[in-house]
Design a protein. Sequence first.
Length: 264
Amino acid sequence: MRIYHFTLIFAVFAVMMLSMAAFSIEEALDDDMRRENLGLLLDRASESAADILKEAHVSGVYGLRDLAVDAFYDSLAAGLGLADGTPARTMLRLYVPVIVVTDGDVMYVCHDEYESAPNGYEVLERKWSDAIDRDASALEETLEYYCCRHNIVAERAGITYSFNIPETEGGMYLRSGEGAGFFVLFQGYPSERADGKTYNFSSFAGTGIDDADRFFINVEGEGYASERFFHREGCGFLSEESIMFGSKKKCALYGAYECPECGD
């Protein structure tokens, strides 16, 4: 074989290597852009959910938690171009092991379970935990428990990714002083890379309403317990049926006066 044959072979090999390197760089750049875009979509969806929770002064965080979760999925699905009612939209829920809605000193964990429908098929149903103390020593263990349950649910849908709570991901937000907020863990979402890499994110959005800005007006009652007065949490005149407001000003606009027992 002549020398120029070797030169030609080397040139072809070099072109192939350069092409492969260029493709790898382009793939990495595209992957970074998709990751950044997905992170922005997730944060925007969490903020949409938190916007719902800001109306807690009307019906309380407990009464708005389902609407907040719906707002989160509506926003995220719209950003990803997933139409409502499609299998892809339903599959989106399988990449969310836990959603946490915080409310003062407690939080509620939202998770999905398969249940049998009247037509014999199994469908994903939204479930909520009981109120959990945000200062509980076993907070991370509690979240890990729901991730383990989600692994069983996801595996039944053919997803083999192992969902888990990364260290500090939950506690750094859920133990904070934020009164009401929305935390979501998004894991195992497939990328378009040939190596099967997945995207993993967490997101938290607060309402800006902390415990010091929580005031309550009873739905009905007499004297200081009537709807003419607003109270702080723990006041002896506060009943179980009450409406939460995010400021004294909002209570005043509602027509209520500050309770002389628990007020400043």
